[in-house]
Design a protein. Structure first.
Lengths: 402, 350
């Protein structure tokens, strides 16, 4: 314990994130093996879930640029996610035949990925340009509205998007080359035109994409632009006085965040092979925000940890909780609680309804108790702490004069 | 604050009022005129009685939104925070009053007599007070500790509070629509073939009374004066001996009183509510507040009326599936063309 403490204290300038990155990387690489061992060979479901979790990790990395680096609140992040997913659905499926186009488009996944990023970023600029000239917090409500509108548009413009049914049977992404081996239950060899259909292949592609994204965002954070974001976040007027073009800088953060969301949306659509307007509601935006805030705004390993934690809780733990609760309640002899009674829907349903409440609670609690999050960014921690403890300095001044 | 910031801002406001500002105003007029022409053709198609009917709905709807918008604008005016939880306080008002009505003995299908008016008044008052206390509690717990924190912090707690309340309402009544006892008399009178119900008249009258009462309160009373002073310059107000915390709490309380009244009327008028009502209604009401010029009480009242009317007219004459989209487009257009709102009040910037 002391050696660990010494290690932390020995190098104040050492980046504590190095350890976090290493742990995350090791975990990502060893996860498929561990899952294989733990499930006794039937790991494909767990690895598939992990691939889905990767989508949320991508989303939090992107939202972290907006909320964590630039200090802007984006409440409609799921809208860009939807735009990315629908872009893939339009450009890589037979759906084009039933739209007024009467022509199916089949672009490769990797091309659409870039197109979707571009389209999502363009929407980000369109939305951000009028709003970011004004007050920062107007962005919150405008993005909230945008997040509400986009799924509605996809739902209502049924001639183009087939409405609530969504678009299904999207193309399976493929790679020109892929190395096969015993880990996939096949002999060594190189496969040409490899279809990414196995959960493990998805997982591997996801991890590679994530590594690329983390390196990109980390470099952005350390660039001139990253410092400009920090300046704008801390004091906009001062940043403007120092020659930072605040509107352009904020707009860049917002549209880069949107691009990430579009990117994640494309991946999500390809994995699910289905897009539907129901999957991109406000709850998704809030989920991502909770992940960023809980993990630690502005710190990349922090938000990754936050997203994995929250993903585990809401997609793995919470869905099973009602069952456990029913079992527990019955075993302690309160069997009445399992039945619905008036407004009380029964313990199982009651617990499955707790999600919203818990999310709101986490947001408030984290901001009040530990605004820097679980794995904080150093600069952000100082900033947020300074804010909450400003009153104490006034008390000190009084004590001195007395 | 700094003189540089002020210079930048002056430069910007020059831009707004100069040639650029005029061009933007013309743009707004063109957009509005386009909508009005489209609407007029539809109105002529459908005949006058339909128009009058829709107009009555529209004004009642606008009255309710005005009450919600006032809460947003007051809070924004005084501490520059978008109180996301406000819409959910309103939704809580609908739920609470729906439960209170049977308790005081007002049930569906019973004749509405003079005694019922008194009972309904009790429901109104209790709902308003509970909403007020709820909103003050929210302020105390979630916003006051973060008053000196970076702006992002209270915004996030506001969203969290909104989600928390929504979750609580969800736990209370579940995901389906909540039936609201229909106790108001369905009587009405006919005018040019349109039926103007007693419901519309009651909603409109209560809205007008509350807005006037609020305006008088803010204009005349000591506390109203303190609120205006705090909104203008919090530090100077504090030096003048105004209790800032108390004034801000009072603002939240009064805003929520109106939301509670609005919630009760929404339930009585539409006969239904749902746990995430506050989300959509809050978005519309905030649009109304921005439309009227945020921070401006008259602006919020007029904005609420106009936005509520646009909503009803769109529902009546166009495809109602697109109504939310239109409201949001209006929000963007106002922000692009006239960020200070129709009354042209400055956003209090500090």
């Amino acid at each position: 314990m002391t050696s660990l403490r010494q290690f932390w204290q020995s190098g104040p300038r050492r980046d504590p994130n190095t350890i976090a990155y290493t742990v995350l990387l090791v975990a990502a690489i060893s996860f498929p093996v561990l899952a294989q061992v733990a499930t006794g060979g039937n790991s494909s479901f767990i690895i598939s879930v992990a691939g889905d979790a990767g989508v949320y990790v991508l989303l939090t990395i992107g939202l972290n640029v907006v909320v964590g680096f630039a200090g802007l609140l984006d409440l409609g992040y799921a809208a860009f996610f939807a735009i990315g997913a629908y872009t893939y659905a339009f450009l890589a499926s037979d759906h084009g035949v039933v739209t007024p186009l009467h022509e199916a488009i089949h672009l490769p996944f990797w091309i659409v990925l870039l197109i979707a990023m571009f389209i999502a970023a363009s929407f980000g600029v369109l939305l951000g340009a009028p709003t970011l000239r004004l007050r920062g917090d107007y962005l919150a409500i405008v993005t909230l509205g945008f997040g509400e509108i986009v799924p509605r548009v996809f739902k209502n413009a049924a001639t183009w998007t087939s409405g609530v049914n969504g678009i299904s049977a999207l193309d399976i992404p493929s790679l020109p080359l892929w190395i096969q081996g015993p880990w996939a239950g096949a002999p060594f060899g190189i496969v040409r035109d490899f279809k990414i259909i196995e959960p493990l292949a998805y997982y591997v592609v996801m991890v590679i994409l994530l590594i690329i994204c983390v390196i990109l965002v980390r470099n952005l954070h350390r660039s001139r632009l990253g410092r400009a974001w920090m300046a704008v976040r801390e004091d906009e007027v001062a940043a403007a006085a120092m020659g930072v073009n605040t509107v352009a800088v904020k707009l860049l953060a917002f549209s880069i965040g949107a691009a990430f969301s579009g990117f994640a949306g494309t991946y999500y659509g390809a994995k699910l092979s289905l897009v539907s307007p129901e999957n991109f509601g406000f709850a998704v935006s809030i989920t991502i925000l909770v992940m960023v805030v809980l993990g630690g705004m502005g710190n990349i390993p922090g938000v990754i940890t936050g997203s994995l934690l929250i993903y585990g809780v809401i997609f793995i733990f919470l869905p099973q909780l009602p069952e456990y609760a029913t079992g527990f309640v019955t075993s302690v002899g309160l069997g009445d609680l399992t039945r619905s009674n008036g407004d009380f829907p029964g313990i199982a349903e009651f617990i499955s309804r707790l999600k919203f409440l818990v999310f709101g609670f986490i947001l408030v609690l984290v901001m009040l108790v530990r605004p820097q999050g679980l794995l904080p960014s150093r600069e952000r921690e100082q900033e947020l702490q300074k804010g909450t403890h400003e009153d104490t300095t006034i008390v000190d001044v009084n004590a001195e004069t007395a | 604050m700094g003189t540089i910031g002020e210079a930048v801002r002056r430069r910007r406001s020059d831009l707004r009022t100069g040639l650029m500002g005029r061009a933007l105003d013309i743009g707004l007029i063109v957009v509005v005129a386009g909508f009005l022409i489209l609407l007029t053709t539809r109105v002529i198609d459908h005949g006058p009685s339909y128009f009058l009917q829709i107009l009555a709905f529209a004004i009642a709807n606008g009255g309710i939104y005005a009450l919600i918008a006032l809460g947003y604008t007051m809070v924004y005016g005084i501490i520059e925070l978008i109180n996301f939880a406000h819409g959910d306080v309103f939704a809580f008002g609908t739920f609470l009053s729906a439960s209170l009505l049977p308790i005081v003995g007002l049930n569906e299908g019973e004749p509405f007599v003079l005694g019922s008016v008194f009972l309904l008044l009790v429901v109104f008052l209790v709902t308003m007070l509970v909403c007020g206390v709820l909103n003050v509690t929210i302020e105390r717990v979630a916003y006051r500790p973060l008053r000196h924190a970076p702006r992002l912090a209270p915004l996030i707690t506001a969203v969290g509070m909104s989600f928390f309340l929504e979750g609580a309402l969800f736990l209370w009544k579940g995901p389906s629509n909540v039936h609201y006892p229909n106790i108001l008399p369905s009587a009405g009178f006919e005018i040019f073939g349109a039926t103007i119900g007693a419901k519309e008249l009651i909603v409109i009258a209560v809205s007008i009374i509350l807005v006037i009462a609020l305006a008088l309160f803010v204009d005349r009373s000591r506390l109203g004066k303190a609120m205006r002073a705090t909104a203008q310059d919090r530090d100077a107000a504090q030096l003048m001996g105004i209790d800032i915390d108390q004034t801000i709490a009072a603002t939240f309380f009064i805003g929520a009183l109106l939301a509670g009244a609005g919630g009760t009327m929404f339930g009585l008028y539409y006969g239904t509510s749902v746990f995430d009502l506050g989300f959509s209604a809050g978005l519309v009401a905030f649009t109304a507040a921005v439309f009227g010029g945020i921070g401006n009480i008259y602006g919020a009242a007029i904005g609420g009326l106009v936005i509520g009317m646009i909503q009803s007219f769109w529902d009546g004459y166009f495809d109602s599936a697109w109504t939310q989209v239109i409201i949001f487009v209006i929000l963007i257009l106002v922000l692009v063309f006239r960020p200070t709102g129709i009354l042209g009040m400055r956003v209090p910037e500090k």
